[in-house]
Write a protein that binds this ligand. Sequence first.
Ligand SMILES: Cc1ncc(COP(=O)(O)O)c(C=O)c1O
Length: 483
Amino acid sequence: MTPTIDQLLVKKTDSLETVLRTIDASAQGICFVVDEDQKLVGILTDGDIRRAFMNRLTLSTAAVEVMNTNFTSRSIDTPREELLQLLDHRIRHIPLLNETGQPVDYACIHRYNRFPVSEPELGGNELEYVTNCIKTNWISSAGKYVRDFEAMVAEYCNVPYAAAVSNGTVALHLALDALGIGKGDEVIVPDLTFAASINAIIYCGATPVIVDIDPTTWNICPKATKRAITSKTKAIMPVHLYGLPAEMDAIRDLAKKHNLLIVEDAAEAIGSIYKGKKAGSMSDVATFSFYGNKTITTGEGGMVLFQDEETYKKAIVLRDHGMDKNKRYWHNFVGYNYRLTNLQAAIGVAQMERIDDIVARKIELGKLYNEGLKDIAEFQLPASFKDVTNTYWLYTIVLNDNCELDRDTLIGKLQQNGIETRPVFYPLHAMPPYQQYVRDEEYPVADRVSKRGICLPSYLSLQPSEIEFICGVLRKQVSLVKL
Ligand SMILES: Cc1ncc(COP(=O)(O)O)c(C=O)c1O
């Protein structure tokens, strides 16, 4: 239940203890401070109170001494559209005032039911570091933030070498090219992934071999992978779909036995862990995407991680037009311009400074969905395993066969409640450019998951009460259809 305005009000003479109790009871993380005439004079968030305690104020300090007087409010007759435009992850509550300045209601994202699927969170040092690039003129791809960003990601994933690139798609292309994969080689790729995975293989002139996914993990099926190996197979490209690591033990066993390379598409899985190993550290070369909807972002951006120095050195030459590092304008290879700018890397550094917190919040969000949906028999939830950490890039459910609701009808109902969703990707084998890569195989699992899967809002500032609301809408829709 959303609290009423009265449940969010405190008097300016009230102690911080009262303020804390009010915030705790409403679970909104905020309260509005009024004077003796009931006029709004300030707001207080739980963050303000934390800072007050750090400045050695106590529970008996009066609200007036700590409150924030620089706040956003609007008149009660402000049009809904205007309020919706103001509400975002920073301004989550707007007090609405009568003509004498007394709060009589409030707007908040929850009440206005606007839940995007994803949204970047740039609340750390992003602005400062980008400003620093502009002030110092280091806006291109040379610059300290690029090097720092690479070092931070390499250290975080525990891999020796990292090269920042302009997006996750070219990261895959560079990875394959640096490994020498090309014409005549086959690369095995799962049917259910974003098209960039297969496109990168085609860019190299290699032949993608599409295999079905596992019904539990929705990731590449090791059995189907085994069946697809031929004398031409050069590499396997597991994709950690929606943040859940693929079954890497089985993939690594196959690669070892058949002397194959592994290129790990970890675009959706920074921070995920498989048996003690971070996503990005379980292959010859691995890639990340830092597109605006990813767990951490640089707007557009990517990273390639390497275990082997020689491949890394080749990749950074290819990234920079194939130009000799010691002989300017001398090109040893047909290279590319796949560099990331210092401006983008500056954002990446600020995001990486908060990676532990960001990943912890993503995991928490997934757990809350798991808890809220666990008893709905109509839904298959993301698989969980004791020694695997899913970071729930997009929290995804699949409608079981007993679900009488059609997937697209459910998406429409969620939309009516302001809940944005995404259908799961189309299977690669079904799309025109990739049909030529279909062997005699059938893809029943990918077909099913693609037709019945829904990705739910998974942005970082999603609140527990909001997840509860979304789960409530899902539950209601499923039960209504049974009536
Ligand atoms: C699995 C996967 N691979 C590759 C990419 C490509 O990344 P980018 O959009 O940064 O090019 C994405 C991005 O959405 C992805 O989800």
